[in-house]
Design a protein around this ligand. Structure first.
Ligand code: SF4
Length: 275
């Protein structure tokens, strides 16, 4: 429970949450009410620069791990947030959460304080690092992004920093699967640009052996500039943005059918979220 003094000062307005490393809860089609933890916070920081990223063009493109926000600040922000209204606590925010060196420490802190399940969304680029896999061991769900089945599509969809390869991502995900005993998910974002990747992604799923494969398409617009408030934003953006080409229901169903034909991994789709 929150201490009375914290309860009385709780302010979950957009202005207040924009200054916090903890935001939401926001509603997710996959997991319900999700409270976000942002370990990047200072700006957008990622080893990818996806063409559909809700943060817009990534400001700091890097694969170097560092402490971007002190654990003490995250702890205070969590205690002063609406965490009790959340079904799950999600590490995502302003970029790639595994770039935060204090990820493992904060996961344990969040679990002890809230007693709620924790999910980490990752682009998979750091999973070859044993220290990252060690940090993830206390998460209840790890969701790994996989939008491409070859390096050309990886470059087109995700625009990674130099040195990142599809083989490295897949090998990292396989290594995580070998030791991670909780729920491992592959999240695939489909657009017209990667429609032809469906069968290849199903083949990679057969190698990685996740518990679930989630199909999505980018319905949120692409901001023309970075705003911290873009993290977890599920509504209309109050600043300049461009609409993205996403899949219609027939295209999504076609992809779903292709993937189901080539893998035994359970598939859920943003258009039809039941197994
Ligand atoms: S991995 Fe996530 S945060 Fe990074 S660029 Fe892609 S969508 Fe944005």
């Amino acid at each position: 429970m929150l201490e009375p003094t914290l309860m009385s000062t709780l302010d979950t307005s957009p202005q207040a949450t924009a200054l916090s490393t903890v935001y939401g809860p926001v509603t997710s089609w996959r997991v319900g009410a999700s409270l976000g933890i942002d370990l990047l916070y200072q700006t957008s920081i990622c080893s990818f620069n996806c063409i559909y990223c809700q943060l817009g063009d990534i400001q700091q493109k890097t694969i170097q791990r560092a402490i971007y926000v002190p654990t003490d600040k995250v702890e205070w922000d969590l205690k002063n947030s609406a965490w009790e209204q959340a079904d799950i606590i999600t590490f995502s925010g302003n970029g790639e959460p595994t770039l935060a060196l204090n990820l493992g420490e904060v996961i344990q802190l969040v679990k002890q304080y809230t007693q709620k399940p924790v999910m980490v969304l990752t682009n998979g680029t750091t999973l070859q690092d044993p220290a990252v896999r060690q940090d993830l061991r206390h998460a209840d769900i790890v969701a790994v992004k996989l939008d491409a089945a070859d390096n050309a599509s990886l470059q087109q969809m995700n625009r990674p920093v130099a040195g990142v390869t599809l083989d490295g991502i897949v090998e990292g995900a396989i290594a995580l699967r070998q030791t991670f005993t909780h729920k491992l998910v592959l999240q695939c974002m489909f657009m017209p640009a990667n429609l032809q990747q469906a069968q290849g992604i199903a083949d990679l799923a057969n190698r990685i052996q996740p518990d679930e494969l989630q199909l999505n398409t980018p319905k949120r617009p692409y901001p023309k500039e970075w705003h911290r408030e873009s993290r977890g934003n599920h509504g209309d953006l109050p600043y300049p943005h461009v609409a993205l080409k996403y899949l219609n229901e027939a295209e999504a169903l076609s992809i779903e059918n292709t993937i189901r034909q080539h893998t035994h991994v359970p598939v859920v789709s943003v258009y039809k979220p039941q197994l």
